[in-house]
Ligand binder design. Structure first.
Ligand SMILES: [Zn+2]
Ligand SMILES: [Zn+2]
Length: 166
């Protein structure tokens, strides 16, 4: 959603967002359903504070077996936007939830997708398991040991069984 700052007067504006945000990239290629609420408050002519919260469901690979696991993420955030007449060097939305820096805007709008995407990234768990008891993949044959028996012995042509087959 594109939030046009010139529309915002002295009243705080609340936006309710329900959409799917597309993520591309190695582990995260997917459409993520997101529900968010964003409030924009104008402090003066050029200064805007955006507060919000989001909930999203992201599918992440299990750390042990790589099976996709649905993770619920929730995050609160605050951003300060300054609309500047002079273009700034930093145009990144470089802002974490705790340590919020001012983001300079060249144009009078905010892309809510950029904020939500960044916050979902920050909220992703670093450790994700399909099950606490997940047995992972076999180092030798690569089977998922949760569903399959290890194939290592049968593939081993040096085993006594291979000799018997001859
Ligand atoms: Zn697993
Ligand atoms: Zn194996």
């Amino acid at each position: 959603m594109k939030i046009l700052l010139t529309d915002i007067g002295s009243e705080r504006r609340r936006y309710r967002i329900e959409e799917s945000i597309h993520f591309s990239g190695t582990d995260l290629e997917q459409s993520v359903p997101v529900e968010a609420e964003i409030t924009v408050k104008r402090f003066n002519k050029n200064l805007f504070v955006v507060t919000g919260s989001l909930q999203a469901r992201v599918t992440l690979p299990c750390n042990r077996c790589s099976t996709g696991v649905d993770c619920e993420v929730a995050e609160d955030f605050v951003y300060t936007f300054r609309l500047d007449d002079e273009p700034q060097i930093s145009k990144e939305y470089g802002c974490s939830d705790e340590d919020c820096e001012t983001v300079y805007l060249d144009e009078p709008f905010i892309e809510s997708d950029m904020i939500l995407k960044e916050q979902i990234f920050l909220a992703l768990p670093t450790h994700c398991l399909c099950d606490e008891m997940c047995r992972g993949l076999c180092d030798g044959c690569g089977v998922n040991l949760n569903n399959n028996a290890c194939q290592c012995i049968e593939d081993n042509s040096g085993s006594p069984f291979a000799v018997l087959k001859k």
